[in-house]
Each structure stands twice: as C-alpha cells, then as structure tokens.
Design a protein around this ligand. Structure first.
Ligand SMILES: [Mg+2]
Length: 335
C-alpha cells in the first residue's frame, strides 16, 4: 500500500476546527482572535523512549499524551496535531491499533490531526501539537516568587519503578508491592493521563508551571532557574509531604535501605510522570483545593519557593537535605 493511502486509511478524520485538513500541500488553521498559538513537539524512539514490544495502542496514546502534557503546563487548549511515523515495515494491524490509541485521546481533547508523513526506518514517531492560549496568559516557568507554595498533581514514583522492572533490574512483587499497585505503575508508564483540564483551571492562580517529564527535582529546577532571572530563588521540598505512587510507597516502606533508596530516586528523579508541578501564592490554597475536588485530580502542596539560594533542596524526615540518585531519567541511556 502506498504512503498516501496509508495516511488516508488510518489517519484521516473529519476536522472539527480546521480551515483545511489532510489532503492538500499544507493544512490551514486559524487561531481565534485574541489567542496565541502554543506549539510543542516530542519524538519517541523505540528502545530509547519506549520498550520494544510496547502495544501499538499505548504508543498512539503516549505520542499524543506527552505533548498534551506540555500544553497543559502552559495552560493552552489543545487544537491541532501533525504526526510523522517511521516504520520498519508496513504493518496494517499495528497502524490500526496505533491510530485507535491516538484518536481515542484526540477525541477526548478535540484535537484535529491535520497532517503527517510516513517513512521507512527504525520505529519512531514525532508528534507536533498546537494549542491556543489567550494572549499573554500562558503559564510559563519564570513566574515563581519567594513565598509561593509548590504544588503537584497526582502522585510520583510509579513509572520509574515500572521502567526498572521492565529492564529486569528489580521485581516489585519481591518487594511485597501489591499487584494492583504494580499494574497501576505500568499503566501510568504506558498510558499517562495528561492534566489538561487542571492546567486550564490554573489561569489566574498559578504563577509558574511545568510538567514532570524528566524527574520532579530536575523539572522544579527549571522553574527555579527561569524564575531566578527576575529575582534569585530556590525550592525547598518536604519529602514527607510528597504524594507517593502506591508502588513507591510500598518500596519506600521496605525493610532494606537499598530498596527504600531506589524508591526515593524513583520519586524525585523518575521521568514519565506527566503530572503538573506549579507554584502559587499562599492565598490561592482554597481555590486550588477546589479545582482538585472539581476535577477529581489529587493535588498536594509539597514545598515552597524561598528567597535566594539555588536549585532544589529536598528535606528528609530527619530535617536534613536528602541525597538521591538520578539514574532513572532518560532510562535507556544507562542501560
Ligand atoms: Mg514539558
């Protein structure tokens, strides 16, 4: 089957808010008056960003989800996507499953797929996502101010443990982690839920925001670094306050310090979370708790922005700064 008919067969849907979709040399889009375009792109490569043998449906979901998470962190409404797929060989069943995963999530967020390309080569895909945000209202990384609370949606630590388990580096069941917690960690790795509605609800509330894709401590470091361009600041995180994924909580409570240490690394340095971390003035606490209730998404106050200092400090249960490994980010690079 030719490239064009593959795109037509699996990736053509009637667009909802596009001037001209798939089928011409370019697509045409028109942002609404008073809106800016927010644009993000992510490439996922087999054996680097996902494991060989990951179900196609999950890959279709994740290709869009990681980009939705970036728009969420900017407070942008998702609108349009383009997709480039590189395949070792044409496998129609695989493409059908990939498209199903992609469009299930696209439909949930009213995203139009407006163009793409298919090529032959090692399995990889690049999705570019565009969204709309009112002029000047995007949630950037540079707005944190001393005294701000630091908040985190959902929980952390699950996906990194799932990654380590798939590498055969550990066995969560041998650590007495319950089977539903193990399944949940693997599901979060394969099928993350981007916090789009939460990001949109943070307009007028959050001062700085980022999505947690490379590890909580590292990503908060980006907020501190960007915000420090205006006035030097640092982040202090209270480890005891962190919302741990059930798998990470079980491992952290383990008998051995080695296992607990792995859990700490997964929580603080594990990627693939796609949760939102943001800062807000302390007079926004009630509003944030209300958003969390309305959306049914947990949101936890995990620390504060301090005047001066540098970077991100995590205070342990003993009141001392914690040390933690970073071996879980970009998980294939240390395999
Ligand atoms: Mg991001």
């Amino acid at each position: 089957m030719h490239e064009f008919s593959l795109i037509a067969k699996y990736f053509t849907r009637a667009p909802q808010h596009t001037v001209l979709g798939v089928g011409d040399d370019c697509a045409l889009i028109a942002p609404a008056a008073g809106m800016q375009l927010a644009v993000t792109t992510d490439t996922l490569v087999e054996a680097v960003h996902f494991f060989k043998g990951t179900p196609a449906r999950a890959l279709g979901h994740k290709a869009l989800a990681v980009n939705l998470s970036d728009l969420a962190a900017m407070g942008a409404v998702p609108r349009w996507a383009t997709l480039a797929i590189t395949l070792p060989a044409v496998d129609e069943a695989w493409l059908a499953d990939f498209a199903e995963g992609l469009f299930a999530l696209a439909d949930e967020h009213s995203v139009d797929l407006i163009g793409g390309d298919t090529t032959r080569g090692p399995l990889a895909f690049t999705l570019t996502l565009m969204g709309e945000v009112p002029v000047g209202a995007a949630l950037t990384r540079d707005g944190a101010k001393p005294g701000d609370d630091i908040w985190l949606t959902g929980d952390v630590g699950g996906p990194a443990l799932a990654v380590a388990e798939r590498y055969g580096r550990l066995s969560l069941s041998q650590w007495d982690v319950a089977s539903d917690a193990i399944a949940s960690a693997h599901k979060k790795l394969d099928m993350p839920t981007p916090r789009v509605a939460f990001g949109l609800a943070l307009h007028g509330i959050a001062r700085a925001a980022i999505d947690v894709s490379d590890g909580l401590a590292q990503d908060l470091g980006h907020i501190v670094a960007r915000s420090s361009m205006h006035a030097p600041c640092s982040a202090v995180i209270d480890f005891a306050a962190l919302p741990l994924h059930a798998a990470a909580r079980a491992a952290y409570g383990s008998r051995t310090t080695e296992v607990a240490g792995v859990a700490v690394s997964a929580v603080l340095a594990g990627g693939d979370e796609y949760e939102l971390a943001f800062t807000a003035a302390s007079d926004k606490r009630t509003a944030i708790e209300q958003i969390a209730r309305d959306l049914g998404v947990p949101c936890t106050r995990i620390g504060r922005i301090e005047n001066g200092g540098t970077g991100v400090v995590v205070m342990g249960l003993d009141g001392q700064p914690m040390r933690f490994g970073t071996g879980f980010n970009h998980f294939a690079s240390n395999s």
